[in-house]
Design a protein around this ligand. Sequence first.
Ligand SMILES: Nc1ncnc2c1ncn2[C@@H]1O[C@H](COP(=O)(O)OP(=O)(O)O)[C@@H](O)[C@H]1O
Ligand SMILES: [Mg+2]
Length: 247
Amino acid sequence: MSAAAISVRGIGKHFGMLKVLGDIGFEVGEGEVVALLGASGCGKSTLLNIVAGLAAPDAGDLWLHGERAVGHDERRSLAYMFQEDRLLPWRSVRANIEFALEAMRPRLSARERRERAATTLETVGLAAFAEHHPHQLSGGMRSRAALARSLVGQPGILLMDEPFSKLDPQTRAQMHSEVLRLKTLRPTTILFVTHDVEEAIVLADRVIVLAPRPGRVREIVNVSLPRPRSATDADVAEAIRRLRLLV
Ligand SMILES: Nc1ncnc2c1ncn2[C@@H]1O[C@H](COP(=O)(O)OP(=O)(O)O)[C@@H](O)[C@H]1O
Ligand SMILES: [Mg+2]
């Protein structure tokens, strides 16, 4: 059996006296889409930051593709889409994406960077807006730009922390379809954080339900409904209803 893309083993974390995460363990298979679902403050962002290497756990360890992840080297293939889009306001969309690519792949030539940025912007439907600045874009377009920035380095693993929570429901649904469409173009493992039960059911193959104080795994739910999934479908609505009872 091949190694899991992500293996979280006995992770614990304190902030001072506050025990935020207690003995968390789960795996994410290659190509799987997994949601971390839990109430605000239960430690979802802290856990994702630990996977990303932005925070260190006090206990346990993390394995990526069968390798123990101790630093940045094992996280080469990982991209992180934050809760805020974090686009640099003084740079065009294209320049934002080239800048991110330069940090991820410093050996690429300027020409290669430009070509890859253009291709990625085309993929997310933003080619016509490459020279726009972030303030000139709608919320949905900014979200696409942030997604393009995450994907331009061709990550094997994409982490997302409530990336669509500020969008209106219609734009959020469009971004969900977009993420799933992009995943069919290039195989990617996705681990994302949400407090939105509907988002978890629409996107995920499996949902890890976290309990708070300290954050720990309460339940793992398989979602085997066919895609695309819409909350207006009876079986999807039923899965949402059942998951709500667990959160
Ligand atoms: N850097 C930090 N220092 C101290 N406390 C923190 C820090 N980051 C998060 N916390 C606390 O840890 C808990 C979990 O936070 P977080 O991981 O952001 O939760 P979530 O993303 O589920 O809303 C909260 O009580 C928060 O106040
Ligand atoms: Mg959070």
